[in-house]
Design a protein around this ligand. Structure first.
Ligand SMILES: Nc1ncnc2c1ncn2[C@@H]1O[C@H](COP(=O)(O)OP(=O)(O)O)[C@@H](O)[C@H]1O
Ligand SMILES: O=P(O)(O)OC[C@H](O)CO
Length: 502
């Protein structure tokens, strides 16, 4: 009896496997963190072999915790940190270099070089929906081909494969060097800077300009279809259908059942990512957002989204814990922040990877401003939490300007939404209700939904809508004058990060 659907959520800091029932409830979960490798300031890498090992470990753990066996699982979905790029040998499956993570800024010079060919940062925006920025995969692949000895020659001989993390996992799960499928889905492909958003195919001109041979690129498929039966990875090799792949933020949008045009969600994890469903229309942002594929179900049309991507939110809380030792665990930041009434005049702009939306400034670096002898660690904890809410306000303002429609409420999810102080401040600074669903693990849920749809475990998207349940809502409760004064100070603090990196 196939009673459940499993999802692998391969995130920036950890990999987890979650098993869901027909009502979208979590039946079991197992999670393992992986190493963050920082070889130099601004560089961030992951070991792809460690990620594949952890994937097998969490899948085994989740099944064992639930006391199930593979025959109970109707399908497996994959969701993943996006943009993170790796290149491996077709014949051995050996990566030629670590995966270069989305937060890594080493490609700033490559991006400038491409922009100088004409059009600046918007050189490819009309075709791919993205500005030239260190965030996206294409320039990361260029870096590998230009800097890893022998890589270019091997790539030109057709011996190397490129993939985002979904592709790496799908290839390994379906056999690796022994006939593994080299595929990706539209949502992940739309983060590479190499996919034409209209045709949903690789743009050969951009690939040529970046010096990336087309033979390295995976085939682009829908986000929800049976790609193949599993052939590797412990119980996953028992032929269970591998039936979805979506970038994690698109998966969360799907898990929050944002199926209607104009619906949006904001995920609070390592970074924050706000996606607004724009239907089959591709909206070109004039206000610093990006245009991205949101999902494609089988032969159905591609649904697009406008996205506001913020690089550093939850990872600033981790930084407070790991680099400053001010707290022992992430949830403690709330207790520390509650020791004071307000931020004491301090503002923390965490431009650790430059600034993403809506600024796209790779020359920016983090600042803590407004310091006086009065400021203590409680104020700093508050400034850390408020930074997430202020950055979200900036992308909501941009979203309202781009879509012409003011967001009337915000659905939220991700690890940071456990923080009540942050959620109340978020509602105050946006002046709209903030709503948390009962299942806050919407990323894995979205991948499970897409996989379950592909095998008929759920009949249609209305089935999924019925599963969504509200857990809690925060209502705005801040004087308009205070709100706008605080926001204006934040904006001023942001200007202090600019022009730092030469
Ligand atoms: N109670 C909390 N308050 C503030 N931040 C938190 C809290 N709990 C977790 N976080 C932050 O949330 C992030 C983890 O969220 P998660 O959704 O698991 O992230 P990801 O999927 O990006 O790895 C971490 O960066 C952590 O610092
Ligand atoms: O792994 P997460 O949840 O930090 O998400 C990372 C995003 O996909 C980056 O675009």
């Amino acid at each position: 009896m196939t009673d459940y659907v499993a999802a692998i959520d391969q995130g920036t800091t950890s990999t987890r496997c979650m098993i869901f029932d027909h009502l979208g409830r979590v039946v079991s979960s197992h999670q393992v963190e992986h190493k963050q490798i920082f070889p130099r300031a601004g560089w961030v890498e992951h070991d792809p072999e460690e990620i594949w090992t952890n994937t097998r470990e969490v899948a085994a753990g989740a099944l064992a915790k639930a006391g199930l066996n593979a025959s109970s699982i109707a399908a497996i979905g994959i969701t993943n940190q996006r943009e993170t790029a790796l290149v491996w040998e077709r014949s051995t499956g050996k990566p030629v270099y670590n995966a270069i993570v989305w937060q890594d800024t080493r490609t700033a010079e490559i991006c400038e070089r491409l922009g100088a060919l004409g059009g600046g940062a918007d050189r490819y925006r009309d075709r791919v929906g993205l500005p030239l920025a260190t965030y996206f995969s294409g320039p990361k692949v260029m870096w590998i081909l230009e800097n890893v000895e022998g890589a270019r020659e091997k790539a030109e001989r057709g011996e190397l494969l490129f993939g985002t993390i979904d592709t790496w996992l799908l290839w390994n799960l379906t056999g690796g060097p022994d006939g593994g499928l080299h595929i990706t889905d539209v949502t992940n492909a739309s983060r590479t800077m190499l996919m034409d958003l209209e045709t949903l195919q690789w743009d050969a001109d951009i690939a040529a300009e970046m010096g990336i041979p087309l033979s390295m690129l995976p085939e682009i498929r829908s986000s929800s279809e049976v790609y193949a039966p599993g052939r590797a990875g412990g119980w996953m090799s028992s032929g269970v259908p591998i039936a979805s792949a979506l970038g994690d933020q698109q998966a969360a949008t799907f898990g929050q059942v944002c199926f209607d045009v104009g619906t949006a969600k904001n995920t609070y994890g390592t970074g924050n990512f706000l996606l607004l469903n724009t239907g089959t229309e591709r909206v070109r942002s004039e206000n610093g957002l990006i245009t991205t594929a949101c999902y494609k179900i089988g032969d159905g049309p591609c649904v697009y989204a406008l996205e506001g991507s913020i690089a550093v939110t939850g990872s600033l809380v981790q930084w407070l814990r790991d680099n400053l030792g001010l707290i022992k665990s992430a949830p403690e930041v709330e207790d520390l922040a509650r020791t004071v009434e307000d931020n004491g005049g301090a503002y923390f702009v965490p431009a650790f990877s430059g600034l993403f939306a809506p600024y796209w400034r790779s020359d920016a670096r983090g600042v803590l401003v407004g310091l006086t002898r009065y400021v203590n660690k409680g104020h700093i904890a508050r400034a850390v939490l408020e930074a997430t809410a202020f950055q979200t306000r900036e992308v909501v303002d941009a979203m309202n300007a781009d879509s012409g429609v003011a967001l009337s409420e915000l659905k939220v999810d991700g690890g940071m939404v456990a923080n009540e102080l942050l959620m109340q401040f978020q509602s105050d600074i946006l002046d709209v209700p903030v709503i948390r669903p009962q299942v806050a693990e919407t990323t894995a849920l979205g991948a499970a939904y897409a996989a379950g749809l592909a095998v008929g475990y759920w009949s249609n998207q209305d089935d999924l809508r019925r599963n969504w349940q509200e857990d809690k809502r925060w209502l705005p409760n801040m004087d308009a004058e205070v709100r706008e004064r605080e926001y204006a100070r934040w904006k001023k603090a942001v200007t202090r990060t600019f022009d730092w990196v030469d």
